[in-house]
Write a protein that binds this ligand. Structure first.
Ligand SMILES: Cc1cc2nc3c(=O)[nH]c(=O)nc-3n(C[C@H](O)[C@H](O)[C@H](O)COP(=O)(O)O)c2cc1C
Length: 240
C-alpha cells in the first residue's frame, strides 16, 4: 500500500513577518514536502503591506502570487530560481481559504504531518490557546493539538502583554513548540535575509524538517566570522 499525500499545514496570520513565512515555505518545498497553506484575513494586509502582493485564494490566482512571493528575498545577491519555485508550487501546494471550515485541515481524520503558524499574531496565539477556531487557521491548529501532532507557533510581537505570555504558556503546556521570531547572531549573518533564514531554519528544526538554511553552531567561538578563538574559549580567558 502506498502512503497518500500527508502535508504540513502552514498558517500565516496577520503579524508582521511575511519573509519568515516565505522562508519556511521555501524550506518545506526544497525538502520535497507537500504543504496545505492558509492565510488569515489579516495576513492579506501584512502581505500587501510588506510585499505589494494582493493575495487571492481563487485557484486561478494564488499559484502565480505564491511563486512571486517565494521568489522574493531581502538579500540583494542570489535569488531563488523562479521556474523551480513555480514547479514546486504547482506540484506540492494546496491553498485553502481562511473561511472554508470544510477544508481538509479542519478535521482530525485528514492526514497531516503537523502545522506551523508563521508568523503568529497575538490574536491568533490567543485564539489557538483558547480553542476559539474562529477561522480555518485556528481550527487547523486546534485539530493539530487534539490529534497530538506537532504544532510550531512563531509569535511576532514586542513587547508582550501578560495575556499573550499566559497564552504562550498554555500553548507550550498543550504540547506546541513556541519558537519566537528571534534571530541569533552567532551564525555569521551579514544581511537581513540571513537573519530571517536563521529563524526559519530553527522553526523547521522544531518541526523535524531537514534544512540547511543557516550555519549551525560548531562549538568554536568566532567560527562563523571565519576566525576562531578555540573551542569553548573566550579571548583573554586562557589565563597566564
Ligand atoms: C501592517 C500590520 C502589521 C501588524 N503586525 C502585527 C504584529 O507584528 N504582531 C501582531 O500580533 N499583530 C500585528 N498586527 C495586528 C493583527 O493583524 C491583528 O491583531 C489581526 O486581528 C490578527 O488576525 P489573525 O490572527 O486572524 O491573522 C498587524 C496588523 C497590520 C495591519
Amino acid at each position: 500500500m502506498t502512503e497518500g499525500r500527508r502535508p504540513w499545514v502552514v498558517g500565516v496570520s496577520g503579524a508582521s513577518g511575511t519573509p519568515y513565512a516565505a522562508a519556511v515555505l521555501r524550506g518545506l518545498l526544497a525538502a520535497g514536502l507537500p504543504v496545505d497553506l492558509v492565510l488569515s484575513r489579516a495576513a492579506r494586509l501584512t502581505l500587501l503591506d510588506e510585499t505589494g502582493i494582493a493575495w487571492n485564494d481563487a485557484p486561478g490566482a494564488w499559484p502565480a502570487a505564491l511563486a512571486d512571493w517565494l521568489g522574493r528575498t531581502l538579500a540583494g545577491g542570489q535569488r531563488p530560481d523562479r521556474d523551480e519555485l513555480a514547479g514546486q508550487v504547482a506540484t506540492l501546494v494546496r491553498v485553502h481559504s481562511h473561511g472554508n471550515l470544510a477544508a481538509g485541515p479542519s478535521s482530525g481524520s485528514y492526514p497531516t504531518r503537523g502545522m506551523i503558524v508563521v508568523p503568529a499574531s497575538t490574536a491568533c496565539v490567543a485564539g489557538i490557546a483558547l480553542g476559539l477556531s474562529k477561522d480555518l487557521l485556528q481550527r487547523a491548529a486546534d485539530v493539530t493539538l487534539k490529534e497530538r501532532r506537532r504544532l510550531v507557533v512563531v509569535p511576532r510581537e514586542t513587547p508582550l502583554t501578560g495575556a499573550t505570555l499566559r497564552h504562550l504558556v498554555t500553548l507550550h503546556d498543550a504540547g506546541a513548540v513556541v519558537a519566537p521570531a528571534s534571530p541569533g547572531f552567532y551564525a555569521g549573518a551579514t544581511d537581513a535575509q540571513a537573519l530571517v533564514d536563521f529563524v526559519a531554519g530553527r522553526v523547521l528544526d522544531a518541526a523535524g524538517v531537514p534544512n540547511e538554511l543557516f550555519r549551525r553552531w560548531t562549538g568554536e567561538l568566532g567560527a562563523a566570522r571565519g576566525g576562531s578563538t578555540g573551542p569553548g574559549t573566550v579571548e583573554g580567558d586562557q589565563g597566564g
